[in-house]
Write a protein that binds this ligand. Structure first.
Ligand SMILES: [Fe+2]
Length: 414
């Protein structure tokens, strides 16, 4: 029996009835990297890949195998869309030795760039690419195609090259598939000497591998963007009750995220922190205008009522399925202070959540540095001095205060 030197282990592929790889239902272990194959479709793709090698298709198995493992592992880690696209582009360019790659998604009667690399990046996402283009032809034919004759090919849509100041010399592209549905096109651009049929086969296989993850990440990103816009609209509506606090929630979110980034929070935590900061005062919706907008000093009773906005905020947010304890804690605890002098529960030190501590200091900074009914806007160095004295009194932590200083200095320079 000949055991093929191919990535057969990826799918638990059997050769002559002998299992040459390990696989539980969806989980694969290779070189101590554990990853999940992307469902049945990818399973069949991997089998096809193994078959290709077995049939003598010229692929450098060692190189290609490592690329596949690497990409599969990455695809299954928690990536943002931009990171995923960048990885996809870099990997496919390395595999087929090309200069650049683009990914386009299908939108009813045209294709639209998700991302491109090089000089084109960021410039052409708004250009709809007609179906009478090379990308359109690849999509409509439903198979990988090579175009080494772009100079003379009338189908080549030059609008993109012009906008991106990029000269496409040759292209290999493939539809991106999820099961039997085409969702877009991947185009790989510019290879010295032109692309071969072998390149086309590799790009086609690659496009099958990335489809499912690309679609789910893209949908999540779109959902997340829309969700954020809704949250911002709610926060702005609340801020607008008082003209002077306009933009407050947005400012607090921006400062909080910058502090969080400097404290080493990961992307997912930063997203949660941003949501939490945008909505930290959502509970003010339950405070009467006569108290919330009162220009003069509050009575003890009025102050007691206004303090409730933290509890109301947490109650409101607890109704939202997406909101977890960390997000909720920002609304509930942003008026707590390390020395126990804050509200609503007089929590001390690390009893106060990280989000509560970060948003708390960002909230004070923005309130002091903005114009209010009862005061003018203060200069940032003056505001930092006031907060520093609170740090000395033990109300805020020195660590977070230092990150605040770095943040406001950078923001004031931009
Ligand atoms: Fe508040």
């Amino acid at each position: 029996m000949r055991v093929v030197e191919a990535p057969t282990w990826l799918c638990g592929y059997r050769y002559n009835g002998v299992l040459v790889g390990r696989m539980s239902k969806n989980k694969v272990n290779y070189k101590n990297i554990e990853f999940y194959v992307l469902g049945d479709y990818s399973y069949s793709f991997l089998k096809k890949l193994a078959d290709m090698v077995q049939q003598g298709v010229r692929i450098n198995p060692a190189d290609f195998r490592d690329q596949v493992v690497y990409i599969a592992a990455k695809l299954n880690s928690n990536l943002r869309l931009n990171e995923l696209l960048k990885d996809i582009q870099q990997e496919i360019c390395t595999i087929v030795n090309a200069q650049a790659a683009s990914i386009l998604m299908y939108e009813s009667d045209h294709l639209r760039f998700l991302v491109t690399v090089g000089k084109a990046s960021g410039k052409i996402e708004s250009i709809p690419v007609p179906m009478e283009s090379i990308a359109g032809k690849i999509f409509l034919e439903g198979r990988a195609l090579v175009f080494n004759d772009l100079e003379t090919n009338p189908v080549h849509f030059k609008g993109v090259d012009k906008a991106a100041k990029f000269k496409t010399e040759n292209i290999v592209g493939s539809p991106i598939w999820v099961e039997d549905q085409k969702i877009g096109v991947i185009e790989v651009l510019n290879k010295d000497g032109g692309f071969t049929q072998e390149d086309a086969e590799i790009v086609e296989l690659f496009a099958k591998l990335i489809g499912r993850k690309l679609l789910s990440t893209w949908r999540y990103e779109k959902f997340s963007e829309s969700f954020k816009k809704i949250l911002l609209a709610i926060a702005t509506a609340i801020d607008k009750r008082d003209n002077y606090t306009h933009q407050h929630s947005k400012n607090v979110a921006r400062i909080s995220v910058e502090i969080g980034r400097r404290m080493g929070l990961n992307q997912q935590e930063l997203e949660k922190l941003e949501f939490s900061a945008i909505l930290h005062d959502v509970g003010k919706i339950g405070i009467p205008d006569s108290i919330l907008l009162k220009p003069g000093k509050l009575t003890d009773e009025e102050y007691r009522i206004i303090k409730n906005h933290t509890v109301y905020g947490a109650e409101i947010l607890s109704q939202v399925k997406y909101v977890d304890q960390a997000i909720l804690s920002g609304a509930l605890e942003h008026h707590e202070r390390l020395d126990g002098s804050g509200y609503p529960n007089g929590k001390k030190g690390e009893e106060i959540s990280l989000f509560g501590r970060i948003i708390g200091i960002a909230d004070v900074y923005d309130a002091l540095s903005s114009k209010r009914t009862y005061k003018e806007a203060w200069d940032y160095s003056e505001v930092l001095k006031i907060i520093e004295s609170d740090v000395e009194k033990g109300k805020f932590s020195m660590d977070i205060f230092e990150k605040l200083i770095e943040t406001v200095k950078e923001l004031s320079e931009n």
